[in-house]
Design a protein around this ligand. Structure first.
Ligand code: SF4
Length: 439
């Protein structure tokens, strides 16, 4: 117990470091009078992100990563670099650090200098080593470096578009479906994604992994026998230390009606060093345990990520990726094909492709729905069926996930159903009623 408490203090100290950094942008108060929307600030948007093609589809070379380490972490040993706690302690969190490591664009500089972003800045040195120093349009860089566009609110956007706050019977627990509960373990992530659906809470230090709060959530689950599936999310639950995470898993596993535990995490993409033998030895005691990973681009599929996913899979944990469709990051068939093919080799099933939620300040990341359908059409039939994710929109207001499919039915001709295959060739299927066997 002493270990647990001291670890808890460590985590809480970490979170206290996060600046509660949401201050309304001065432009917002002026511009919010116009139909409640925030308009674009002074940055020249014509040379913006919207028409740029995403960068390459392969992870950065090892020599580029080594060069980054030599330049910015020259005295760091391999042992330190591979230590996940070192990675967390040395995250890039300030404008000054970013300015040293990247040639910042006007869109990035303006946001960072004023620090008006709602979501803190946080990037592990490992993930930082995968970013391009001179290309602000590089896919991975766009996902973690703030730009001025996240300060603009577009029509239909909201801080809590999924209505989670209204479905929370105890702090940090969302109970939307009768048989499932979402437990926000903490609001801390090693690296913050600029399109995060929970940017209203993530990194703000309001959801702490304190034992008393978690006990209340566990009690709620214990006394609600309809709950058979618990999803641990946050924040990133794998940023907890092994002891604390085990305490949580053990308590949940002891509840007879909890059949399945799932963990939602981006760790294998942003901090693969966290996946250690000790962690996987511990996790495999709590089966059936599933993991929803979060990969968005093939450049995240490095040797380290392969290793981390392999270790989790070897521990018997079924792995699925929940990928968010992001404009200028992965919104084309070639990038998505490369990503899902990597994931299959990493033993991760591409599970969901999410339409980006209308979270405040995310318009620059959102594509039209047709784009998602076009991507699914470009995958189906052109790669393994297992590699084709289900494209979903999380219905605003808490309506749950709605699957979307390209339409392969071309029409009907009497008892014949006309079907289009992946090559747009027409086929006829005998769709008669059949007959009932008389008993
Ligand atoms: S890892 Fe998940 S919770 Fe954390 S910032 Fe990214 S999307 Fe949000």
């Amino acid at each position: 117990m002493q270990d647990l408490l001291s670890h808890e203090e460590t985590i809480i100290e970490d979170i206290d470091e996060e600046p509660p950094s949401y201050y309304p942008h001065p432009l917002m108060s002026v511009l919010s009078h116009t139909h409640g929307l925030f308009e674009q600030p002074s940055v020249n948007i014509t040379q913006s992100l919207f028409h740029k093609q995403p960068s390459g589809c392969e992870p950065r070379s090892l020599s580029a990563i080594r060069a980054f380490r030599r330049k910015f972490f020259p005295n760091t040993s391999d042992k330190e670099w591979k230590d996940w706690q070192w990675q967390i302690a040395n995250r890039i969190r300030t404008y000054q650090q970013l300015n040293r490591m990247l040639i910042l664009s006007a869109e990035e500089r303006e946001t960072l200098e004023t620090n008006h972003s709602k979501l803190p800045l946080g990037i592990t040195p490992y993930y930082m080593s995968l970013l391009s120093a001179d290309d602000p349009y590089q896919a991975l860089r766009r996902t973690v470096v703030p730009t001025i566009y996240e300060l603009m609110r577009s029509e239909g956007e909201a801080d809590d578009p999924l209505g989670e706050e209204h479905q929370s019977p105890v702090p940090g627990l969302v109970h939307r479906y009768p048989d499932r509960a979402l437990l926000l373990v903490l609001d801390f992530c090693s690296t913050y994604c600029r399109y995060c659906t929970r940017s209203r809470v993530v990194g703000h230090g309001g959801i702490l992994p304190s034992k008393s709060r978690l006990e209340k959530a566990i009690d709620y689950i214990r006394y609600t026998p309809t709950i058979r599936d618990v999803l641990l999310s946050g924040g990133d639950p794998l940023t907890l230390g092994d002891d604390k995470l085990e305490w949580l898993l053990k308590n949940l596993r002891e509840i007879p009606h909890v059949e399945v535990i799932r963990i939602g995490t981006k760790i294998p993409a942003v901090l693969p060093q966290r996946v250690t033998k000790k962690l996987t030895r511990m996790l495999k005691k709590y089966h059936p345990l599933w993991m929803s990973l979060h990969f968005v681009h093939p450049e995240e599929c490095t040797q380290e990520s392969y290793r981390a996913c392999g270790m989790l899979a070897d521990a018997g944990i079924p792995l699925g990726s929940q990928t968010v469709l992001l404009k200028g990051v992965n919104d084309n068939v070639a990038t998505m094909t490369s990503l899902v093919d990597h994931l299959m080799k990493m033993r991760v099933r591409p599970y969901y492709l999410y339409q980006c939620d209308p979270i405040t300040g995310s318009a620059h990341f959102r594509t039209r729905v047709e784009k998602g359908l076009e991507i699914i059409r470009g995958l189906r039939g052109f790669t393994s069926g297992y590699a084709v994710p289900t494209y979903v929109i999380d219905a605003p207001g808490g309506g749950g996930k709605v699957p979307l499919m390209p339409d392969y039915v071309a029409g009907r001709n009497g008892d014949k159903l006309m079907l289009k295959n992946y090559e747009d060739k027409l086929y006829s299927y005998p769709d008669s009623q059949g007959f009932d066997v008389l008993m």
